[in-house]
Design a protein around this ligand. Structure first.
Ligand SMILES: [Zn+2]
Length: 140
């Protein structure tokens, strides 16, 4: 069970207690509607237009702490037993928004780096689906 205790500071402080027990699974995304996808680069640009000024003022460390809080909130929804709920969808969106924001603060084109690393399948074995023994590609 992963529990995340959020201390409501600004930036928030998140304490993770390791051990994860995710409940349920809705399955992989197979039937997404293309018209609902505006692409990772456009998403990053929307997040920049919306938040770059505030996130720049907050700084990298404070913005990173917001990402950590959102990861904690995602952990809570993944443990909720209600897969693919509106709340869970919103938490995924929040985590991705903070990742995009942090990438922008570092001048990183998220779409480009994701394509370079994962565009040809698993970065380690170069297969899709991955043929590595463990997801990380490292022997435990
Ligand atoms: Zn692999």
């Amino acid at each position: 069970m992963l529990t995340a205790k959020i201390l409501d500071n600004d930036p928030p402080t998140c304490i993770f207690i390791y051990g994860i027990d995710m409940i349920g699974a809705a399955g992989p995304l197979k039937n997404a509607k293309p018209e609902t996808d505006f692409g990772l680069r456009e998403f990053q640009q929307i997040i920049e237009a919306t938040y770059f000024e505030k996130d720049s003022a907050r700084g990298l460390e404070g913005s990173f702490m917001w990402l950590v809080e959102e990861v904690g909130e995602l952990a809570r929804t993944l443990n909720s037993g209600d897969p693919n709920s509106a709340e869970e969808q919103a938490e995924f969106a929040d985590v991705l928004a903070w990742v995009a924001s942090l990438a922008s603060l570092r001048g990183i084109d998220l779409a480009l780096c994701v394509r370079e690393k994962y565009g040809s399948g698993c970065p380690r074995c170069k297969n899709s689906p991955c043929q590595c023994q463990h997801r990380s590609g490292e022997d435990l």
